[in-house]
Design a protein around this ligand. Structure first.
Ligand SMILES: [Zn+2]
Length: 596
């Protein structure tokens, strides 16, 4: 509660006169009450989360909350407060169909993965898409145009974009800074009286580069003296390193959900003194990738379990930590028994404390830094320059010093270059690296079809990293460490008409659906025409589906045909022309006449 109040106070710079009139305590409760009632829940149901704020995801902290829609689409989505539409973004990936509303209290609410929009908003979007001949767009409204009242229906919940199941993605942002704020701070939080749990406790030593686990304790099997919220480890732990860090595997449980959620806060204490805490209150969208420094990335890659560190890497800049100058790292200076405490909270204030005692096994030295010439450093730019290969990392691309592994591997069949291995995907990259690989002889007409392909050790599948030919090299971006070589994409995507619901063809009576498949470089764009008139197709990248929902173009066509019938003229068949391009300019033209 303390943190929440402090944060809301910081934001409540208005009503200065009131500040003088009331006592601090009264004022605090005023602000909290106001903040808690400002936003309504965007669905009809009581708050129920699929995923709380800041959930630990692949390559990002979840920058909002996912609201449960009971595995269904089409639930009305309401404006959380009065305001105006400040941005509409439609993508075949990401948030899919999304809407942003600016509110007079200085905050923006975001609603993602919508199935469709409602009323005047839907009309505006349809006209805009036809005007610009594009399904995808990102429109920021400089001046307010579409106003909403608290509780107005703005759209319907769905599964569009990169969603993996029907739900509503919801965010509260600071309008000015665009930082994303935990909605629990505004009272949007499910009813929850269940305590979090800690599954695993790890101890790290700091070697010349990454932190390495030297002791791992499974708390589910270890003998604990246990109540709901206080767990005490019976045995004193003997530690053989005097300079160490900790990490925990921890989850939260909520009512009516069988899966485990992420926690809100955790803190560590040595001999009663707090030395580290992590709180999911607020962060900037472009900081969400620091998840890869927050968790033990290597452990996650090997075990698919996320150990959250109780110390901060030098290259980790997300502002979720409060800690001493050692950034949570602990030095044990004597051979006495020390009391350690780890406390975990969920956003409803339920908490669990793990209490244990440690003692240094024998006098040991902290790690010494060995000299190594092949190293990347986190705060500066790093380069590898060879005759046929260059690799460049901007400053702050890695989180910790890395003694990297780099070698030339045998040429792969049908590759257009040697293969260059640059370390392994067990180490994360915060920013993409610039990479250039010299191309073997290639016919001129194939030069613009070349791209960079990559794989990680033990992987047989190659993936496209994009890139383009330039002066004998293919240059592109590497978003992960791995093995890279030059490859080619000369195959166009394929297109096929499909019927979504074979059991129930009536579902398809308002739509034409097409399935698009692409082998390597990825889909770049598509365009469709109905008897030479541009038509709007909805594109869903995860299902490879292009859909035309009958609209005014089709209806005008029908009316035209009715007129022809009245004049005893032959009707014109609807003919659809579809062009789909991949990222290397390979194009498929698909024509179909559709029976009326
Ligand atoms: Zn989400």
């Amino acid at each position: 509660m303390y943190n929440m109040s402090k944060m809301i106070l910081k934001r409540g710079s208005y009503q200065t006169s009131k500040i003088l009139a009331f006592s601090m305590t009264l004022l605090l409760s005023c602000f909290i009450a106001e903040a808690q009632n400002y936003f309504r829940y965007p669905l009809d149901s009581l708050p129920h989360f699929v995923s709380p704020f800041g959930g630990l995801r692949d390559n990002h902290f979840h920058s909002g909350i996912d609201l449960k829609t009971n595995e269904r689409e089409g639930l009305p989505v309401y404006a959380c407060a009065d305001g105006y539409i400040s941005r509409i973004k439609i993508q075949s990936i990401g948030y899919g169909k999304a809407i942003y509303i600016d509110h007079p209290n200085g905050h923006t609410t975001v609603y993602g993965h919508l199935q469709k929009y409602h009323g005047k908003i839907a009309e505006w979007i349809h006209a805009y898409q036809y005007k610009n001949q594009s399904f995808e767009f990102d429109k920021v409204f400089e001046k307010p145009l579409l106003f909403v009242k608290k509780g107005d229906t703005i759209g319907f919940s769905g599964n569009s974009g990169g969603s993996t199941g029907p739900h509503l993605h919801f965010e509260i942002r600071n309008t000015k800074s665009e930082e994303i704020i935990n909605p629990a701070l505004f009272g949007i939080n499910p009813f929850d009286t269940l305590c979090p749990t800690i599954q695993k406790l790890c101890f790290y030593k700091f070697t010349t580069e990454a932190a390495v686990i030297f002791k791992e304790i499974d708390l589910t099997s270890k003998k604990l003296i246990k109540s709901d919220s206080l767990w005490i480890l019976k045995d004193t732990l003997q530690l053989e390193n005097n300079y160490l860090g900790m990490g925990i595997e921890t989850y939260d449980y909520i009512h009516n959900a069988s899966d485990r959620k992420n926690i809100y806060r955790y803190e560590t204490y040595i001999d009663g003194k707090n030395n580290f805490s992590f709180t999911l209150n607020q962060f900037a969208f472009d900081q969400s990738k620091y998840i890869n420094a927050h968790i033990d990335y290597n452990y996650y890659k090997r075990n698919q379990v996320r150990i959250q560190k109780c110390f901060v890497d030098d290259g980790n800049e997300i502002p979720l930590y409060t800690c001493d100058k050692n950034k949570g790292r602990i030095t044990l200076l004597d051979d006495k028994i020390h009391e350690m405490k780890i406390r975990v909270f969920d956003a409803s204030g339920n908490t669990v404390i793990l209490l244990f005692y440690v003692v240094l096994k024998k006098s040991v030295q902290g790690a010494k830094h060995a000299k190594n010439t092949k190293a990347f450093y986190p705060l500066k730019a790093n380069d590898i320059k060879q005759k046929d290969f260059t690799f460049h990392l901007d400053a702050k691309s890695i989180y910790d010093t890395l003694f990297y592994d780099c070698k030339v591997l045998p040429k792969i069949k049908r590759a257009y270059s040697k293969t260059y291995q640059i370390h392994h995907s067990s180490v994360p990259l915060h920013k993409s690296a610039d990479i250039a690989i010299k191309v073997d002889k290639v016919r001129k007409e194939y030069q613009n079809k070349l791209l960079l392909a990559y794989f990680d050790k033990n992987e047989k599948k190659f993936r496209s990293a994009g890139g383009a030919y330039e002066n004998g090299f293919v240059k592109g971006k590497a978003s992960v460490f791995g093995s890279y070589f030059v490859s080619i994409d000369t195959l166009a995507p394929t297109v096929e008409r499909v019927f979504i619901d074979k059991e129930n063809p009536s579902v398809d009576t308002m739509y034409w659906h097409f399935e698009v498949k692409e082998n390597f470089s990825g889909i770049a764009k598509n365009e469709a025409y109905l008897n030479n008139q541009w038509i709007l197709l909805d594109y869903d990248a995860k299902s490879n589906l292009l859909s035309y929902k009958f609209d005014e173009v089709y209806f005008e066509f029908l009316i035209e045909n009715m007129k022809r019938l009245n004049q005893n003229l032959p009707v014109v068949k609807p003919e659809l022309l579809l062009r789909v391009y991949d990222k290397k300019g390979n194009m498929t033209e698909y024509k179909v006449s559709i029976n009326l």
